[in-house]
Ligand binder design. Structure first.
Ligand code: SAM
Length: 287
């Protein structure tokens, strides 16, 4: 099978199978060999690696991954793509395709069963409508991951790297900081995809920290506090937290906690660093 990264080959496959793109699945297929080479390069995949690909589409990136990895498992939600993948990947023996919603996959169990619990790499051109739940799900699964290399919207890549006090700073920026070191590997314009998305994209490479950069007693509680403070961005941190149905501390306790943290009680959540959120969570947890 000739590489699908050449637009004419992608078009030939789409016509052969009379495939119609499904907007609701965020289908934008890559049609640029240079971008694919950059992704594989950034991911650092070697013949020792087990790779999970999320959303293989017609198998364009999967072909590249099969050339470099020991094994590739590709999880695709759209069942219309399964017969196409059987065809486009038939030359490779180191791949299997699972017809499943990635958000329903128990990743920790998957890694245990499929790679004897050894760390895997995740590589994907993500469906943009569920970028954040997929990335958060990968981290929160606590499955052993060597790295995550993903194509996302440029604007999401900016949010991942944002600093406190900026408009892009939010729960995603803090989660990324807590779990991984982000690097932008490439900026990718809309014309590298079929059909063209409306926005620019970027390849981001996340290397998981061996140990989080801050110590927190109750991780889930800290992320609950973070989410609650960004749900009501324009409110003070104290009001954001006391208005949130997910936070069970009373307003007085919250105010006391903020004072103990050593910041003004009028502070907004978007001004706090990861280290301060961790301390606030530990302080509130001890009350
Ligand atoms: N990897 C291909 C490429 O680069 O050309 C396709 C990328 S396309 C942006 C996203 C892919 O994810 C589509 O094939 C889509 O059907 C699939 N997808 C969407 N939602 C999914 C989900 N919840 N679980 C698994 N795959 C999903």
């Amino acid at each position: 099978m000739a590489t699908l990264a050449i637009p004419a080959n992608t078009i030939a496959v789409l016509q052969k199978y009379k495939f119609h793109f499904q907007k609701r699945f965020g289908q934008n297929f890559l049609i640029d060999p240079h971008v694919l080479e950059k992704i594989i390069d950034a991911a650092g995949v070697t013949d020792e690696d087990f790779v999970l690909e999320i959303g293989p589409g017609i198998g364009t990136m999967t072909q590249y991954l099969c050339e470099s990895a020991r094994h590739v498992t590709a999880v695709e939600i759209d069942r219309n793509l399964i017969p196409i993948l059987e065809d486009t990947l038939k030359e490779y023996e180191n791949v299997d395709v699972v017809n499943e919603d990635i958000l329903k996959l128990d990743l920790a169990a998957f890694v245990k069963e499929r790679n004897a619990g050894q760390p895997i790499r995740v590589v994907a051109n993500l469906p943009y409508y569920i970028t954040t739940p997929i990335i958060m799900g990968l981290f929160e699964s606590h499955a052993p991951l060597k790295s995550i290399t993903v194509m996302v919207q440029r604007e999401v890549a900016d949010r991942m790297q944002a600093n406190p006090g900026t408009k892009d700073y939010g729960a995603l920026s803090l989660a990324i900081r807590y779990y991984a070191r982000p690097e932008i590997a490439a900026n990718v314009p809309p014309n590298c995809f079929m059909p063209r998305p409306k926005v620019g994209s970027a390849v981001i490479h996340l290397v998981r920290h061996e140990k989080p950069p801050v110590w927190v007693e109750d991780e889930a509680q800290m992320f609950g506090i973070i989410r609650a403070s960004f749900n009501q961005r324009r409110k003070t941190l104290a009001n954001g937290l006391s208005n949130s149905p997910q936070i069970h501390f009373g307003k007085e306790t919250i105010l006391e906690g903020i004072r103990e943290l050593g910041v003004p009680v009028t502070v907004r959540g978007e001004e706090l660093t990861l280290e301060q959120f961790a301390r606030l969570s530990n302080i509130l947890g001890s009350k």
